[in-house]
Ligand binder design. Structure first.
Ligand SMILES: [Zn+2]
Length: 412
């Protein structure tokens, strides 16, 4: 049987509709368990119902639209993404994957496709961690990685817990166990997402075949010197904390440039105390965000950075410490699904390349329980998490056609 093509005009219309569910201000701000979330939920549920899907919400509010298959013994094949946003983000991050999954379900219905496996469109909550400072909460719940205790320890900036907010939203967060899936009931998950980086656009490639997701390490590096009067303390008697800290930042940058294997490092926040014009800096604290597709590179870099920080501090006569506070290993996606994504792009005549995701996604957790693949579409100028975020609707249509091909290939 031949499938019809996905339609860019329907993808466009639905994305604009969902983009309006945002608090006032530039771009899209749609936080979990808010009125904006509720409005988006309503539209997504209605779209699923129109497509003949039976709709359920799990304990945390992930929306699952399901179409039973001809063989009731088979596990489901699912596709989707998240529909929350960062503050003042764009209208494509996450939501594009949900809208394209809805479009894929429509095409299957209109083409009269008879599926063997149950098919599911999944719209996931709280991926960004904007409200509860805990990224990929919805995806982790699907992977069975959220504990009952998390519901009470994760709070928003007003001190409201996940349990309280989800309950007020009409959910039953205590039923977490029912949100957790296993390989026995979920055969595969395919996520279409915007690239959020510049590679596809720069190389004029239509489809990114995601082979893996980078590992992340986050550190706080502190340098302790001594604060003194900026006018009366001679240079050779100072314990200025900022000068060695600046050297550390430069050295980290140099190390990572030397590796040149896709590893990136960012010092994004730096605090100088006491922070006065006429005071010698007594203390510096800066963050380090380290990401790499290669666990080995991360390990080597961390060793090298720790040694360098100790050396630079000793030479400057100050104290320094490197404290890690977040670690996530790189995730390789399932070759079974990745190969099918690549084949689908080729068969459809789209230019494609393998790519590593530099951002975290729900898929990295769902990959712990089943076969997962991701399809990237180009982002204009690589911009994301900003109001200017943009992907062309026709590129999203191509990505949807790839998802359709992968789903039906896995279903056979
Ligand atoms: Zn996203």
């Amino acid at each position: 049987m031949t499938l019809q093509q996905a339609r860019a005009d329907r993808i466009e219309e639905e994305l604009w509709t969902l983009s309006r569910f945002s608090v006032e201000g530039p771009g899209v701000t749609r936080l979990t368990y808010t009125p904006e979330h509720a409005a988006a939920r309503e539209v997504i549920v209605a779209a699923m119902q129109r497509t003949g899907l039976s709709v359920q919400e799990d304990a945390l509010g992930n929306i699952i639209g399901r179409r039973e298959g001809s063989d009731p013994a088979l596990p489901a094949i699912a596709f989707g993404s998240h529909f929350d946003s960062v503050r003042n983000g764009g209208m494509f991050d996450g939501t594009a994957g949900v809208v394209c999954a809805l479009e894929a379900a429509r095409v299957l219905q209109e083409s009269g496709y008879v599926n063997r496996h149950p098919l599911e469109v999944i719209a996931i909550v709280e991926e960004e961690g904007t409200r509860f400072s805990s990224g990929m909460l919805g995806g982790r719940a699907i992977a069975g990685l959220v504990s009952d205790a998390d519901l009470d320890t994760l709070v928003d900036e007003d001190g409201v817990t996940v349990r309280e907010a989800a309950t007020a939203f009409g959910l039953e967060p205590g039923e977490l166990r029912t949100a957790a899936r296993t390989r026995d009931d979920l055969r595969a998950f395919i996520e279409l997402h915007i690239e959020q980086g510049p590679i596809l656009e720069q190389e004029k490639v239509e489809i990114g075949v995601v082979t893996g997701i980078v590992g992340v390490r986050a550190f706080r590096i502190t340098v302790e010197g001594r604060s003194d009067h900026a006018g009366t303390t001679p240079m050779h008697l100072r314990q200025d904390a900022l000068v060695p800290a600046a050297l550390m930042v430069r050295e980290i940058n140099r190390f990572v440039n030397e590796i040149a294997d896709g590893t990136v490092a960012t010092v994004g926040h730096l605090t100088v105390t006491p922070g006065g014009l006429n005071q010698v800096p007594g203390g510096v604290e800066f963050t380090l965000d380290l990401r790499s597709p290669h666990e080995e590179s991360i390990r080597l870099l961390v060793d090298r950075i720790e040694a360098m920080v100790a050396e630079v501090a000793a030479a400057a006569g100050v104290e320094a410490a490197v404290n890690g506070f977040f670690a996530l290993s790189p995730v390789g996606l399932s070759p079974v699904v990745v190969d099918r994504v690549r084949d689908a792009a080729s068969e459809l005549g789209f230019t494609h390349r393998d790519i590593t995701s530099g951002a975290g996604h729900d898929s990295m957790f769902i990959a712990q329980i089943t076969d997962v693949g991701m399809v990237f579409v180009p982002s204009r100028a690589g911009r994301s998490h900003v109001p200017e975020e943009w992907s062309d609707f026709d590129d999203l249509r191509k990505g949807t056609d790839v998802v359709l091909h992968v789903v039906t290939a896995l279903d056979r």
